[in-house]
Ligand binder design. Sequence first.
Ligand code: AMP
Ligand code: ZN
Length: 468
Amino acid sequence: MKIYNTLTKSKEEFKEIEPGKVRMYVCGPTVYNLIHIGNARPMIVFDTVRRYMEYKGYDVNYVTNFTDVDDKIIKKAIEEGTTADEISKRYIEECKKDMKGLNVKEATKHPLATEEIDGMIEMISTLIDKGYAYEANGTVYYRTRKFEGYGKLSKKNIDDLEAGHREIKVAGEENKEDPLDFVLWKPKKDGEPYWESPWGQGRPGWHIECSVMSKKYLGDSIDIHAGGEDLIFPHHENEIAQSEAANGVPFARYWMHNGFLNIDNKKMSKSLGNFFTVRDISEKYDLQVLRFFMLSAHYRSPINFSDELMEAAKNGLERIVTAVSNLKHLEGVCESKEMSDEEKSALGTIDELVKKYEAAMEDDFNTADAVSSVFEMVKLANQTASGESSAEYIKSIKATIVRMCDVLGIIAEKEDEILDSDIEKLIEERQQARKDKNFKRADEIRDELLAKGIILEDTREGVKWKKA
Ligand code: AMP
Ligand code: ZN
């Protein structure tokens, strides 16, 4: 399995630290509002990475945090006349609802920054003891130049960075030794949440949160650290500086970054105001469509959000769901018998398509190509499956399509839910059966629908149906 590693700017063969185990950390959202669909991109793509690794048999310890203390949360609390705690709790709950709709699996652990303050104080103290950090007037700074590898992830040269910083003087940061130094702990301001610390009352900087949560739940060295590409600098660069200086070992082996979700070729973001929330989209589409849309591009490529692409995703997904629903129907009616040679040969083709799918995923998670393989399986199923097929063949082809979709987090088989289009189709088939005087089949269809809670009424204007 090859993964593109931002650290080496190349695709590398994946090799885990501990055999059979993957330790993975994904930077989560800052919770001050409903998440937008740009924030949903890392959730979906890294959930898919996790699912594929689990499919391969790895035991994945997947940790993703919620940043629940931040200037934006405090600002929102002041605007609403409430507490930062109330705001973050509310939006964590909302975010979890969106993640459920997107079929993003629960993380092994979802740590909250506010519950990990002790660990942050401990790591900051270690950094001070080792000479990598210093306190000035209640603020603790990281001594950036002291960390030799600074810039190794973002490929930035520290002297160029220094030149860029010289002009910028941030109010309240006059006591920095060097403009490049960044904040690990900041003193409390009136009305803000705060914690006691050896440097007075205050709160942590953003970067230290992830270094600490990753260490606590996954250990000093982890396999994969991931997030959107805007996090490469400074967030991930600073995380490396903190973790490696404090722990004395390499932080993460593979750094994975998703490309932006754009709108009119501009990054979707709260600050630009060009965003749709996941909730907005859920009013128009099943969120499975949004997931399918995201997976139709490679995770490192930018993807432009548009109605046309969403419609295309909707149609594509429907094609798969309809095929599986047909197979499900056939599963109930086909006879159990020995598979024909044609069926055996078709299953051979399905096996090859599974290999193609796996090869796409092994090549840095090329979900776009993996989805193409699923479409080929669906096409083959549509061409070969019929009432004459053996139940064994139908079962096998259906199970493979459903499984391959599941690895992508796509639910292809709706549990006991029958689509309106399927009901109409069955009614048509029943009408035809009656015309053909095949009353046995007509009754079967009526009973099958009844079992799914669909009641048929034969009226003068034709057959009507309702849900029981
Ligand atoms: P934030 O709450 O801004 O820290 O973002 C949470 C996650 O969403 C981070 O991994 C960001 O990199 C990612 N993200 C934010 N905006 C976009 C976007 N337009 N496209 C892709 N990823 C994004
Ligand atoms: Zn982070």
